[in-house]
Ligand binder design. Structure first.
Ligand SMILES: *[C@@H]1O[C@H](CO)[C@@H](O)[C@H](O)[C@H]1NC(C)=O
Ligand SMILES: *[C@@H]1O[C@H](CO)[C@@H](O)[C@H](O)[C@H]1NC(C)=O
Ligand SMILES: *[C@@H]1O[C@H](CO)[C@@H](O)[C@H](O)[C@H]1NC(C)=O
Length: 360
């Protein structure tokens, strides 16, 4: 009985350890995801390609941070001159509006809808820019008046089922004439997008393109229209501006087991995140390790308290531990990923890389 009992106990014990370890990992992961602003681990279903602008911004930030950590403000978007640490690109989810009696001069009528549910309540929206892009078709009559007219309305009342677009009450936002179709138009929608965050206010937009002055022009507009909304927001949790300031520039010398940053590369595929994190594939996160021996020197970036603690420790090694070797300066990184709604997001995260360690 004894051996079997023991064996079973060992197995149960092992299973228990594995279970606890597994649970811990899950809990850790969900904590981490939460701090990244995500409900669950995203699993993109039909991910849109990454907009070139986001790639450009990502590379610029990554390059800058490698070159100079000091001049990097993770909570300011230089490209647009607004505060923010989260840049999302929402794909348009609105459908085309088909009318019973089509008018020949009205080429296209489409509802634009951007689902804002990924925006957290605490985030402050600082900018929204609508981009409307056409395919490769182009129409050009030299010297004539621009043949196309683009109108953008804000929908403020839902259409009843089976009714035409006229049952939307709508407000004209922009009207613009244009020549070419293979061009992209940008519209500042900051005010509208801010208002959309109020309950029941986001009914989207209505886009109309017309060619009132010439017959038969609409056919040159059958290239697909692609629209997206770039939204910049600021997450106050991560942008409090509490940075540890640099003290001096001593480099720790001598003993190799003394407290200092050690190299640690975290690979996102190792933690099973490669299918939703677009870039980087991993990064140099580092960690702190080493002794905080008596006497603590200035290079160890210690506090007065730590200095006293090492003194007491040297007198009474059993009763009082050495101070701990911990991160004292961290820097942010930028991550490009798909969120739970398949939006492409560029986000800056504070405190991701250990730059300096100290005895605390
Ligand atoms: C917006 O997205 C959320 C989460 O994906 C979803 O639950 C909700 O139904 C969507 N809203 C609309 C109007 O499509
Ligand atoms: C966009 O509109 C907002 C509010 O109307 C304004 O404060 C902001 O300066 C505009 N941005 C650009 C780039 O024009
Ligand atoms: C303490 O800070 C200095 C400069 O701020 C840095 O060079 C040094 O590496 C830090 N010490 C440790 C142990 O990281």
């Amino acid at each position: 009985m004894g051996l079997l009992h023991l064996l079973i106990n060992v197995e149960v014990g092992l299973l228990w350890v594995l279970l606890v370890a597994g649970m811990d990992l899950k809990v850790q992961e969900s904590l981490l995801l939460k701090s990244l602003g995500l409900r669950i681990k995203p699993s993109p279903r039909s991910p849109a390609p990454v907009p070139p602008l986001l790639w450009k911004m990502f590379h610029k930030r990554t390059l800058l941070s490698a070159r100079d950590k000091k001049h990097k403000d993770a909570c300011w978007v230089e490209e647009f001159g607004v505060p923010g640490n989260i840049i999302r690109v929402f794909p348009d989810q609105g459908g085309f509006i088909h009318r019973e009696e089509p008018q020949s001069w009205l080429c296209l009528q489409k509802r634009l809808y951007f689902n804002f549910s990924a925006l957290e309540e605490t985030e402050e929206l600082t900018m929204a820019q609508l981009q409307i892009k056409f395919g490769q078709n182009s129409y050009h009559v030299p010297g004539s008046e621009p043949p196309f007219e683009l109108s953008l309305y804000r929908a403020s009342q839902i259409a009843l089922r089976g009714m035409s677009t006229h049952s939307y009450s709508r407000k004209l936002l922009v009207e613009q004439s244009f020549m070419h179709l293979h061009k992209s138009f940008l519209f500042n929608l900051t005010e509208v997008a801010k208002d959309w965050r109020n309950a029941g206010k986001n009914l989207g937009l209505i886009l109309e393109i017309a060619a009132p002055r010439a017959d038969g022009l609409c056919s040159s507009l059958d290239s697909f229209v692609d629209t997206s909304l770039l939204v910049i927001s600021l997450s106050p949790k991560q942008c409090k501006g509490t940075r540890t300031k640099r003290s001096s520039h001593y480099v720790p010398v001598g003993l190799s087991n003394i407290c200092k940053p050690r190299r640690l590369y975290i690979s996102f595929s190792d933690i099973g995140w490669e299918n939703w994190i677009i870039a980087p594939q991993g990064y140099m996160a580092n960690y702190c390790l080493g002794e905080c021996p008596f006497p603590l020197t200035e290079e160890l970036n210690s506090t007065n308290h730590a200095i006293l603690q090492t003194m007491v420790h040297s007198l009474d090694p059993e009763g009082t531990p050495q101070p701990c070797c911990v991160p004292v300066r961290l820097s942010p990184i930028s991550i490009l990923y798909y969120d739970n709604d398949d939006n492409v997001v560029l986000r800056h995260y504070e405190d991701m890389v250990v730059d300096e360690c100290g005895c605390r």
